[in-house]
Design a protein around this ligand. Sequence first.
Ligand SMILES: [Zn+2]
Length: 253
Amino acid sequence: MSIHKTEALVLKTMPFRSSSLIVTFFTPRLGKVRGVVKGVHREGEIRQAGFELFTHAEYVFYEKKRSDLHLISDAAILESHHALRDRLEGIAYASYFCELVDELTEVQDPHPKIFDLLKESFHFLPVIPPPRLETVFVTQLLREMGWLPFLESCLQCGAKPLEKGFFSIGHGALLCERCRSKDTAALPVSSSALAVLRSYSKDALADCLRVSHSSAIEGQIKTLITTFVNYRLGKVLKTRKFLDSIRTVLKSA
Ligand SMILES: [Zn+2]
């Protein structure tokens, strides 16, 4: 067994036997890691705090060679992110971000940029309108996973630059006006929405969040990105359904 000491963000926890937890966390250099924390309830709240959802901490774990479920021994909290857990909106969005990262990445496949994206998003979540953060987060996550459609030219005829176009969910690409017949279900993308989407796919998270756009543009991008993610995953995530179910409550709050 080799010992690792690494910072990480907690993506998911699950009770295991009477006093243990299975924790999935995301690290900068090792990617997603799963492990068991033994005796977490016996030793009281302080030990448990290091393994709460969304916590950013430094963890010590023993890597098992024959299993991808390792043994986690210690957690030193860097940021508890309790502000995210204190509000329904924070829980709903942060849980969606975590489930997306969990679903899209493989165990121990390093993606340092995804770690940074998630860490930064947790900082922005309490201070930026969450729907805006969501569209930028998902676009940049898709980019890091290599899933983001090519946004510069038409898939069929190569026409470029495209001012506006049609987003083919099935092909994961843009089509121009003339080639739209290639996929009649392709969703229209206006020139302003396309420009914003291009900036989300290239610029730093903080720069994307600095500029606000009309709700029509935000809405158009969100529909495209969410439909595309659901299609690629082949399902609607639990946390996505939860987010949609509480939307009316959040709007009237
Ligand atoms: Zn074309």
